[in-house]
Design a protein around this ligand. Sequence first.
Ligand code: DGL
Length: 284
Amino acid sequence: MGRIKPKKVNVMSNNKRKKIGIFDSGLGGLYVARAIRIILPEYNYVYLGDTLNVPYGGRSYEAIYNLSEAAIRFLFDQHDCELVIIACNTASVTALRKLQKEFLVNNYPDKRILGVIVPTLESATELGATQIGLIATEYTVRSKIYDEEIAKITPCAEIFGQPTPLLVPLIEHQGDKYMNQILKDYLKPLIEKGLDSLILGCTHYIAIKDRVRELTNHRVRVLSQDEIIPPKLKDYLCRHPEMEERLSKEGTFSIYATDVNTSFLKNVEKLMGAGFEAKKAEYA
Ligand code: DGL
């Protein structure tokens, strides 16, 4: 038997390919990714939608954590992502703390994972919000993470959560014609509370932000994460030059999904325009 030659690792070329990963349970995060790319076009991005397992919102803690960890491993190991944004609120409320405190520390101490909850709440309070409605998946509302985090930022603000489980399937499967009635029913008890702001606490709801603004007669400030996360990421990169310098800047954008189905493809084309291929993400 001959000696096994050690693999040559080309550190320089590796360094040149460091990307930003953006992960969501399905389509919703693509709205955030598109908006990020508009204000930060120079970086290289990889989007991953876990379309095989969407929706996450009704799943258990263990299932959501495991799906999120597997997705992050895919972005780190197969795509050289140095920084991953968990655009999915459900995955952020469930998995982010453990991923940052245990998974990263033990496996990838130099990489970073960011969520969307704290930046969204910071944005809300910067705008003076105190009576804040939250529409989100069952899991996100029940987790009370939005309530816990707002108490750390400003104890005088209050969150009124309303689970809205029918919205993700309608958005994923073009169920537009049923949307207004369902939304009105969901929004009614919240509006009666006299809100000043309403967080769309699910990336999928970016797709219906104009409709929500109309249905609330523009009387409530509707906070949509495609408007919040890009400037917050820009700010994060300015404050962390050690990360920013590691990122490659060729302006590439690749899209992966765990199930490349027709519904996802239609949505990719609608959102990104023609010419974006969605590739199958293979990981266990
Ligand atoms: N897009 C996800 C979020 O932001 C939820 C959709 C799902 O239930 O998978 O919460």
